[in-house]
Structure formats: C-alpha cells, structure tokens
Ligand binder design. Sequence first.
Ligand code: C2E
Ligand code: MG
Ligand code: MG
Ligand code: MG
Length: 283
Amino acid sequence: YAKQQGKGKSQLFCEEFSDQYERKIMLENELKHSMANNELYVVFQTKHDLLSGELVGMESLLRWSHPQLGNISPIEFIPIAEQSHQIIAIGEWVLNESLAYLTDWIKAGHEDLKVSVNISKKQLVDRAFIPTLKILLDRYQVDPGQLELEITESITSEVDDIIPSLVILKELGVGLSIDDFGKGYSSLSVLNTLPIDTLKIDRSFVQSISSTKYGLDIIKSIIDIGKNMDLCVVAEGVETEAHLEELKKLNCPVGQGYYFSKPLTPERIKSEFLEREGAAAIE
Ligand code: C2E
Ligand code: MG
Ligand code: MG
Ligand code: MG
C-alpha cells in the first residue's frame, strides 16, 4: 500500500481532504443537537469610547462547547451552520439570547446600553427574518436603536439581495454595521447605497499598526471614509496600549479588543463591567 510505502503528495492531499470533509460532516450532524443539548451559549465583548474609555456597547459572540469535541471555534462552525441552513434557527436563538441579556442589563439600570449581534447573509435574506426580529423586539420591549446588527463586508458585494432587508431594518430603527471592513472588496459607491451606521475596521489592520506603516494608512483612510459618509467607526482587535495610542491620534471614536476585555460570559460582564462603581469607566 502507498500509505505504508510513504505518501505521495497527491495521496496526502486526498487524505487531508477527506479528513477535513469527514470533520465537516460530523460537525454538521453534531450541530443539529447542539441547541437542544444546551451546548451553545453567548459571550459578550465590550466596546469603548477610545478617548474616555467609557463603555458604549457590547458585541455578542456565539460559543459551542461540545461534550466530546470540546470548544469549537465559530470560525469553523458558523460556515457549516450557514451551508446547512442551520444558521437560521441558531441565529434566531442568538438574537433571542442577546436581547434577553440586554433586557436584564437595562432593567438593572444600564438604560442606554447597546448590543450588537452578528448576522449571516442567509438570515438577512430569509423571509421570516424581519417578522421574527419584530416579534423579539416586541417580546423584550427593547428600543430597536439599542440593537445593532453586524454584517460582514464580504456580503455587501451582493447588494441587490441584501438592500431590501437593510432598508426595512433601517426603518425599524435597528443599527447596521459593516464588520471586517477593509478586508473585502466593496466599492465606495456600493457603500454609499447601503443604509448603514457603522464601519468596523478589520482587526488585521489594527494588528499591523506595530509592524507596518501600511496598516496605519488603511485605518486613516477608513476613518476618513467614515467621517465623509457620516458613519461611526469602530476599531476591532485593539490589543495593546500602542494600538490605543495610535488610534486616538487618528481620532478613531470607538474600539474593541483584548486591551479592554476578552469576550466574557454574561455573568462576568455583569460583575466586571456593570456592577462596579462608575460602571462605565475602565481602570
Ligand atoms: P467578528 O464578528 O469579527 O468578531 C470579532 C472576533 O475577534 C471574535 O472572534 C473575537 O473574539 C475576536 N477578538 C476580539 N478582540 C480581539 C483581539 O483583541 N485580538 C484578537 N486576535 N481577536 C479578537 P470569535 O468570537 O472567534 O468569532 C469569530 C467570528 O465568528 C466573528 O467575527 C463572526 O464573524 C462569527 N460569529 C461569532 N458569533 C456569531 C453569531 O452569533 N452569528 C454569526 N453569523 N457569526 C458569528
Ligand atoms: Mg462582529
Ligand atoms: Mg469583525
Ligand atoms: Mg469576522
């Protein structure tokens, strides 16, 4: 057998390919029971005003803890959920969960808190998405302005598909943000037709601040675009004091990243950010 005689390149490729394929099929099947088995949960990462450090919002991020396979990254399972259509049910669950926590926090006195939820294209173009969202907003009596939906820049190339939903969401008063901005290929004219409020600078640019000048130039351009189009700009992946200082120099208004906090369970968000004296300030 070729296997025992040492692997040729193409055979190695085939084995790797079939291993990857098997894992995908397995995860797709396991994902089907994940909600019923309580394996899914949301964590939240804070967003901060870069000048004052003040807490201005939270992003909810989905987690999957499988009893045998351990923690599986959303980078791996979200695309599988999208391809298998499971993202519709899972995404609705994430919205419900995120709004439930937001409601708790509002009731605890953080009346103006905002929560951002990541949304896949499959959800956005699903007929039931907007009616479902309305039901959820109604159920929790949350001001639509306190919910923001994050969509990745990559789907903005399919403007005709997504614009109708975006327009309705905008009319509802829900905030709209373009995630991972700068990584994709959206032209400025397309950007101009989208009824959005916020650009989130992809974290690769923030991370390259320290190593190359290129990152800083791109960030500068994105902040300019934001200013010209009257959009808020959020820097993702702020990890160090140096990142913070550079972003402040460029007048970037908002940031998110490990420098401020890792994504935390709702309990830890409450104890570490919402229950402290002057809860809004970071140390
Ligand atoms: P994203 O929406 O761009 O979320 C930011 C990601 O960067 C998160 O990864 C977060 O944990 C990570 N991050 C935050 N700060 C830092 C930092 O300072 N340094 C570094 N290196 N990373 C940082 P996570 O939680 O693994 O999520 C990955 C992606 O999965 C998200 O990227 C989003 O596209 C997707 N995702 C997560 N939850 C959901 C969800 O509920 N629905 C959908 N459709 N997608 C989701
Ligand atoms: Mg996001
Ligand atoms: Mg992002
Ligand atoms: Mg992303």
